[in-house]
Write a protein that binds this ligand. Structure first.
Ligand code: CAA
Length: 260
């Protein structure tokens, strides 16, 4: 997608890191359909671009995203929602093979929280608030909230959060294990970018297959997961980066990975 045509999303390139920003600040980055479509197109374009090795997704200082756009949903019927299938496009975010780090300041609520959890890692500013307030609107999460929270927190804590709809702080989210790191707000994007740069220095195929194996661990048996991991491990022996990585270790020098 041509960057000039983007209305809600901007992209900046910093070496091998793409910084993708949601820009609908007057509505606290509420995720309307057009915004999510744009976001998915941009993430897929980054995934196709060989110059990009890692993606940082962020919002604004007050909100990463305050949820799906309530105005758009208010008059929708069940049949209308089913026909629209508005969350199908979210599967394409999970299909992105490169690492996505969410840099979250302010509200990450409802779909905004689900979007952060759909990313691979989360760096949170101290102001970040994570929660699933859908229940207060008479509905429930629809973009993965019941799945991500339960897999991370276990049944009891997940139900408490989903039933009360009350948000938790960045610090609590870190203690519960959904956030990798909490930093002062003004350090949120720089820290995420710094971590992304470190990951971008690693061999891209190994990074990609590690991601594949970890997500497989979330929905398979231990034995199937072990076998899948093994095969992905063997596959990496077909890459030049594997030869370079091991040779560099033996020659006591820094490796230079090229992505194949
Ligand atoms: N949808 C549409 N508009 C939204 C929005 C949303 N999710 N969240 C905020 N906005 C808009 C407000 O309507 C307001 O617009 P106007 O200035 O045009 O009136 C603007 O953003 C600023 O918001 P507030 O004035 O409410 O700001 P605040 O600081 O007083 O409160 C807030 C902030 C607590 C986040 C509050 O805006 C809020 O509760 N937002 C809704 C959060 C929510 O319920 N999210 C879940 C949505 S459903 C969902 O996400 C389903 C799913 O699983 C995908």
């Amino acid at each position: 997608m041509e960057e000039a045509k983007l209305k809600y999303i901007s992209v900046e390139h910093d070496g091998a890191v793409a910084l993708v920003r949601i820009r609908r600040e007057d509505q606290l980055n509420a995720l309307n359909l057009a915004l999510v479509d744009e976001l998915v197109e941009v993430l897929e374009a980054c995934d196709r671009d060989d110059a990009v090795r890692c993606i940082v997704l962020t919002g604004g200082p007050k909100a990463f995203a305050a949820g799906a756009d309530i105005g758009e949903m208010a008059e929708m019927t069940a049949i209308g929602m089913k026909k629209l299938g508005q969350f199908r496009v979210w599967d394409r975010i999970r299909g992105v093979s490169k690492p996505i780090l969410a840099a979250v300041n302010g509200f990450a609520l409802g779909g905004g929280c689900e979007l952060a959890m759909t990313c691979d890692l989360i760096i949170a500013g101290e102001s970040a608030r994570f929660g699933q307030p859908e229940v207060k609107l008479g509905v429930m999460p629809g973009a993965g909230g019941t799945q991500w929270w339960t897999r991370t927190l276990g049944k009891a804590r997940a139900l408490e959060l989903l039933w009360t709809g009350d948000p938790i702080t960045a610090e609590e989210a870190w203690r519960l294990g959904i956030v990798n790191k909490v930093v002062p707000d003004d350090r949120c994007v720089p820290e995420a970018t710094e971590m992304a740069r470190r990951i971008a220095e690693r061999p891209p195929m190994a990074i990609r297959l590690i991601k594949e194996a970890v997500y497989q661990a979330l929905d398979t048996t231990l034995q199937d997961g072990m076998e899948a991991e093994r095969n992905l491990f063997y596959l990496l022996f077909a890459t030049e980066d594997k030869s370079e990585g091991m040779r560099a270790f033996l020659e006591k020098r820094r490796p230079s990975f090229r992505g194949f």
